[in-house]
Design a protein around this ligand. Structure first.
Ligand SMILES: [Zn+2]
Length: 338
């Protein structure tokens, strides 16, 4: 596994004219429409970060032509899209003054939310390596499966967020109508780390989280053990013997049976198996940005838009291929204009 650190910091600022050219010549509004739909487009809120850090919101457009005209005639650094309102948002009719109608149920996974448990040494919003990027890949796969199997959502689109993670857009109509309270309940169910910015304490009585428990073993624990070194497995809380490590490695490589058979066999003899489970959760369980998911008026980067700092396109990512996707695979604005 390569441990080269990737950083966007050294990249030059993308000229605004180049961003405008991208929206004029390359940007396909069809991709955006395939996510947010056409019938309510004119009542969607859009927001933009302009040059000199000016942030504008409460903007709506009659159609995609009008949106593109705006994006190609204003000094845009980043573009965002928010909720659908009963009437089109505008300066005069700001989103606080009009009725909220719906907004996709969205999730945000960011690599820097794992800073306290990134053992590779990467930190902050700009650094990642294949080792720690696997944390957000695992999180996306786990979250996608949980939303489908535990809540019945079917239409989930994954977007590379341009820099440090993924956004999920749950497009099912029922998801779009969920209240803040309902979104919060779902996010709470999917959150096991109590204080993500400090203690990283694991929250619940894990024996009671049955659907998550099985999935954690199949997806998160399996991933943990696949990456763990012998040295790690010989010390607390694991204290695996050479034989146990050998068995674990052999099964991870050769067994086609679900991973819990291996997990249970090896851990059955351990008095501290709950501590081991908690340890795995602490180091690998998904960190979901709660605010993004529960705030029904939140704006999120426009799928297909450009990340103004590094020129990367916020592209769709097929969840089935999530483990093959790294930020350097995202198309960049430079590919189109070299
Ligand atoms: Zn790293």
């Amino acid at each position: 596994m390569t441990k080269t650190k990737n950083s966007d910091k050294k990249q030059p600022k993308i000229p605004t004219e180049l961003i405008q050219r991208y929206y004029k010549e390359i940007f396909d509004p069809g991709d955006l429409i395939s996510i947010i739909g056409l019938s309510t487009f004119y009542r969607r809120e859009f927001a933009f970060l302009l040059e000199r850090n000016i942030f504008v919101r409460n903007i709506s457009f009659k159609d995609t032509r009008e949106l593109i005209r705006y994006m190609t005639t204003n000094p845009i650094r980043l573009s965002y899209v928010g909720a659908v309102y009963e009437t089109p948002p505008s300066k005069q009719l700001s989103i606080q003054r009009i009725l909220w109608e719906s907004r996709e149920f969205c999730f945000d996974l960011d690599i820097n939310d794992y800073d306290l448990v990134r053992v590779c040494g990467c930190q902050g919003k700009e650094q990642y390596c294949s080792e720690c990027w696997s944390l957000v890949q695992d999180a996306a796969a786990f979250l996608d499966k949980s939303l489908r199997e535990d809540f019945g959502f079917k239409d989930i689109v994954w977007i590379f967020s341009g820099r440090r993670g993924f956004h999920a857009w749950v497009r099912d109509a029922v998801g779009g109508k969920l209240s803040q309270l309902q979104r919060n309940s779902i996010v709470r169910y999917l959150t096991l780390i109590k204080d993500e910015t400090r203690t990283q304490a694991v929250e619940k009585d894990l024996k009671n989280v049955i659907p998550l428990r099985d999935r954690i073993i199949e997806m998160i624990a399996k991933s943990f053990f696949t990456r763990a070194t012998d040295k790690e497995l010989r010390v607390e809380p694991f204290r695996f013997t050479g034989k146990q490590i050998e068995r674990l490695r052999y099964n991870l490589k050769n067994s086609s049976r679900p991973f819990h058979f291996t997990y249970d066999t090896i851990l059955d003899s351990k008095k501290n198996r709950d501590n081991i489970f908690t340890h795995i959760i602490k180091y690998r369980f998904p960190r979901i940005d709660r605010k993004v998911s529960i705030d029904i008026r939140r704006v999120l980067k426009v799928p297909g838009g450009v990340q103004g700092t590094n020129g990367k396109i916020c592209c769709k990512v097929d969840i089935k291929k999530i483990f093959k996707f790294f930020p350097e695979n995202a198309p960049t604005i430079f590919e189109y204009f070299s």
